[in-house]
Design a protein around this ligand. Structure first.
Ligand SMILES: [Zn+2]
Length: 249
């Protein structure tokens, strides 16, 4: 939407009007924007994993990250965390970051504001207790977000983080093809999306894809390109955050 407005601006508005408009829009975006990338040039890519923890894949991913000397942010679900608390503590102990993905993997945009608030507050508190860390980052399931859910998350001390390149690791492709989807486009400063857990819609077929192998190939590819994988917070603390107005149901 905002991209479309800005395209219209480029097509129809004189340069000085565009500058004045930008001066108005940018501070608004800083208030209601979701973090999508670093603001200034960097060779760091923020590696993010959603829908976990997963009893099989998360430990494999942790081993790969340790071998590569890389760090990542895990956007986890509190119902998974309550079943696998030791894996959550392992993630933290190995220097990675935990963010909130939700309680269960539901689109928040379908609930009343009071239900969104209570779900997020309860899930955040549960994950903080299990992980022993303060949770400040939030990625909504499916990226589904309205201004109302954004503001509720913000009021709970949560900054929404969306994403750039993704491996489509929910599809039944080969690890090489999934890794190539990221490696073909990724640049320093981006936030790449992967899944250690995998919550699928009821009618979706669970792929046989080896998601840990995808991560191994991506980490090798980063190394070959001179890119370093780190947490979202480490990247934006060092290079600032570029935000985008991300609203979709
Ligand atoms: Zn998800």
């Amino acid at each position: 939407m905002l991209a479309k407005i800005s395209q219209l601006g480029r097509d129809f508005l004189p340069a000085d009007t565009r500058r004045r408009l930008k001066a108005v829009v940018d501070p608004l975006l800083a208030t209601v924007g979701s973090v999508q990338a670093a603001k200034t040039a960097t060779s760091v890519v923020a590696l993010t994993f959603d829908d976990g923890p997963d009893a099989t894949v998360t430990p494999q991913v942790l081993d790969l990250l340790r071998q590569a000397g890389a760090r990542a942010t895990f956007f986890i679900l509190s119902d998974h965390a309550e079943r696998l608390p030791q894996i959550v503590r392992d993630i933290v102990a190995q220097g990675h970051e935990i963010g909130l993905h939700g309680d269960r993997h539901d689109r928040l945009t379908q609930f009343s504001t009071s239900e969104v608030r209570s779900r997020l507050a309860v899930a955040k508190a549960a994950i903080e207790t299990i992980s022993g860390t303060r949770i400040t980052l939030f990625r909504p399931p499916y990226g589904a977000q309205t201004l109302a859910t954004y503001i509720i998350a913000k009021s709970l001390g949560l900054q929404t983080v969306v994403w750039g390149p993704y491996a489509e690791d929910w599809l039944d492709s080969s690890p090489e093809a999934a890794a190539a989807k990221v490696l073909g486009v990724v640049r320093g400063g981006e936030i790449a999306l992967f899944h250690d857990g995998l919550e699928l819609d009821d009618d979706a077929v669970r792929p046989a894809l080896d998601r840990a192998r995808v991560v191994e190939l991506v980490l090798d590819g980063f190394k070959a390109r001179g890119l370093t994988a780190d947490t979202v917070s480490a990247m934006i603390d060092a290079s600032g955050a570029r935000k985008t107005g991300w609203f979709r149901t």
